[in-house]
Design a protein around this ligand. Sequence first.
Ligand code: SAH
Length: 253
Amino acid sequence: MNSPKTPGASAEQLANRAVQPRGPAMAKRLVDAGLATMAPDRARVRMVEGLRSMGVRDAQVLEAMQTVPRHVFVEDGLASRAYEDSALPIGFGQTISKPSTVARMLELVLEGMSPERRSAAHGLEIGTGCGYQAAVLAQMIGDVVSIERLRELHEQARSNLRPFRQPNLRLVYGDGRLGAQSAAPFDVVVVAAAADAIADPWLLQLKVGGRLIAPVKFGQGQVLQLVERSAQDQWQLTSLDAVRFVPLKAGTR
Ligand code: SAH
């Protein structure tokens, strides 16, 4: 993998460091989570093997998910379940997406992008939540801006991500329906909450050749939509898998 662009500790070092007991709090966390017997790095290897067997092929996606310690992003009491393929609560009625969904979305949005283009790519995530997907994406592309509308979660993500010191990841508190005009245009846009429809600012803030992936409401359910901006005034939309995300909401709180 070419990235991460981290002058300090690499995410891999941090991942390993994260499984070392750091005083009583961390030791307690390991015992609580039952991770004293099943080291998180081994659990993560198993998670990635599972992703591979589910058909995830993108080597960078697999490597990034092998590197970022998902257990650091979930509540202490749920750390033992961090490497199961399930969505988990992160507070405030929100969830961390399940690993196979994160992998699928990132694989789709980065598909066909050369390693050179990836390492220079400019990305936007709508819906930071706990910060996990943003951290994974920032392993693979040049830089990422991630927006969250709930102040508490924005702060929580900031604190979850602090030890990783990923200088190419910037968290913004705001309404992601507007995108991030000041940082546009983007090569990659990943939306992590279900919209009624793809918002115009996201389409306009996409580079020509750029790709966007978003869960969009469809009947009683939701469907993943992939959009490629094929020309200045042309966007190609493909509807893919049925999914279940928390709703995209208006305004900040
Ligand atoms: N990316 C996360 C998933 C977060 S869940 C992960 O790594 O798993 C979706 C998040 O989108 C929630 O935190 C929710 O508060 C946020 N959200 C919903 N509407 C939003 C909006 N308009 N702007 C920014 N964030 C929004």
